[in-house]
Ligand binder design. Structure first.
Ligand SMILES: Nc1nc2[nH]cnc2c(=O)[nH]1
Length: 449
């Protein structure tokens, strides 16, 4: 256990009962979010914004996929910005913030979801890094790449704010140079027709891009609690993340066009251009900021359950855990589950944003250990979750069957224009607003955070 005496001044506190230094500028945060936007997933998963059918064949032409991805990313970026502001305001991590929304005990429900999701993402990222490293070096041993990625991830989490500054000073420049290089190289090659085909699955493509932006929502406040201002937190999360996600996906889609839509070959065009392997290595190395963010946020979430546990002990244990999981698991088995957990945070953001911005959360939520339960907010969240699942029941066996049965019972058939993310977000907002108006006079005055 640590004491305030050995607490570093410019670093994140070791335990939740220490104050968080407000040291991250707009540019520090922009570098952090911009790097998260340039994920290898934007290349390997570029096909998802083309609304692939059950056989993996894209249903949208590349140009429609680009426009859908931009629309989804802009909306997702604004949502990420909304999630960033309360952290900057209250100075507490994301899951602790939920004590104000749901009450301390009830905040443990999303906290457990988030721990599962972040361990899953961290494991997934180590596998992605190891697979890409294997391609760069032309072979294994695979386990060495996993272990090296796990060690780098863990080291970064010991000095989280220092790592953000390193990203700003060194990594961002290298990433920008690599992006420019690949844009020049890929657009010089003869591209196929990008516009031929129907746009009828537009919203499926937009929803896929939106889901990737929103996957960062449950951890935004873990970093923005160190922001010098709410404006910097909102601007950096929404603009820097949005811009680089668009830039990365367009590049991924160009690469996909060059390999005739075969997503298993999408890394090829990057490596086949002159010194492409060197620049591609920059992308692979910077992917460690994603696993770093996942592990650090898992530790922050665990601290909501056990506030006096030292975060360094937690991240070392979690770094070891995801390394072992990445060596043992096949992520394809877990991908549907990860999407399902991620989906519950979309309507939760709607509840949080309306309660925070419209009904007094901004003036101060009670985030103490005694924060009282707010069941009405859980009801608003549950209605939003049901809306999402009715439109998109996902792929996780019994859960998906349950919602498909509910669709039949309600005689409800989702149309292709229905965005599960947007509609569940909107429904959660409306229900929270209605509850807020109905209970406005009865709300107790909350403590200043
Ligand atoms: N939360 C989270 N979202 C992601 N989206 C793409 N990669 C990740 C990741 O590692 N973590």
């Amino acid at each position: 256990m640590s004491t305030a005496v050995d607490q570093p001044r410019n670093e994140a506190p070791y335990t939740l009962d220490q104050p968080a230094p407000k040291v991250l500028s707009f540019w520090d945060q922009s570098a952090f979010w911009a790097n998260l936007g340039v994920s290898l997933l934007a290349f390997s998963g570029a096909v998802t914004v083309l609304a692939p059918d059950a056989q993996g064949t894209p249903q949208l032409p590349i140009m429609a996929g680009i426009v859908a991805m931009i629309v989804g990313t802009v909306i997702g970026g604004i949502m990420l910005g909304l999630a960033a502001v309360p952290g900057a305001r209250a100075g507490v991590p994301a899951m602790m913030l939920l004590r104000g929304l749901f009450g301390t005990r009830l905040s443990y429900v999303p906290t457990v979801f988030n721990i599962l999701q972040m361990i899953g993402w961290g494991t997934f990222e180590l596998i992605v890094i190891a697979d890409a490293a294997e391609q760069i070096f032309g072979g294994g041993p695979h386990w060495v790449y996993v272990v090296v990625a796990g060690v780098i991830t863990t080291v970064l989490t010991i000095w989280p704010l220092g790592s953000v500054r390193v990203l700003r000073r060194y990594v961002t420049t290298a990433v920008v140079i690599a992006l420019i290089y690949f844009y020049v190289q890929l657009t010089r090659q003869p591209l196929p027709n990008l516009t031929h085909g129907s746009w009828s699955h537009f919203w499926i493509g937009a929803d896929a891009a939106l889901a990737v932006s929103i996957s960062w929502v449950p951890m935004a406040a873990d970093y923005t609690r160190h922001s010098r201002s709410e404006r910097a937190a909102f601007g950096a999360a929404s603009v820097a993340y949005g811009v680089t996600q668009i830039v990365a996906y367009v590049l991924g889609l160009l690469a996909l066009a060059l390999v005739a839509g075969d997503s298993t070959k999408v890394f090829g065009p990057f490596q086949h251009v002159a010194i492409g392997t060197l620049f591609f290595a920059v992308f692979v190395l910077r992917e460690a900021d994603q696993s770093f963010a996942d592990v650090y946020s898992t530790a922050m979430s665990i601290q909501n359950l056990a506030p006096r546990l030292d975060r360094r002990l937690l991240t070392v244990a979690l770094g070891a855990l995801i390394t072992v999981l990445a060596l043992a698991l096949n992520m394809n088995d877990y991908a549907g589950f990860l999407t399902l957990i991620g989906s519950v945070f979309v309507p939760m953001l709607g509840v949080l944003a309306v309660d925070f911005f419209c009904f007094g959360g901004r003036r101060g939520w009670d985030v103490s250990e005694r924060a009282p339960a707010r069941w009405s907010m859980i009801v608003a969240w549950a209605v939003g979750i049901a809306t999402y699942q009715l439109i998109n029941p996902g792929t996780v066996g019994w859960w998906s069957r349950m919602w498909t049965n509910a669709q039949s019972a309600l005689h409800f058939t989702p149309s292709s224009w229905m965005s599960a993310s947007l509609l569940s977000f909107a429904v959660a907002c409306v229900v929270t607003a209605a509850i807020g108006v109905l209970t406005r006079t009865e709300r107790p005055v909350t403590e200043e955070a």
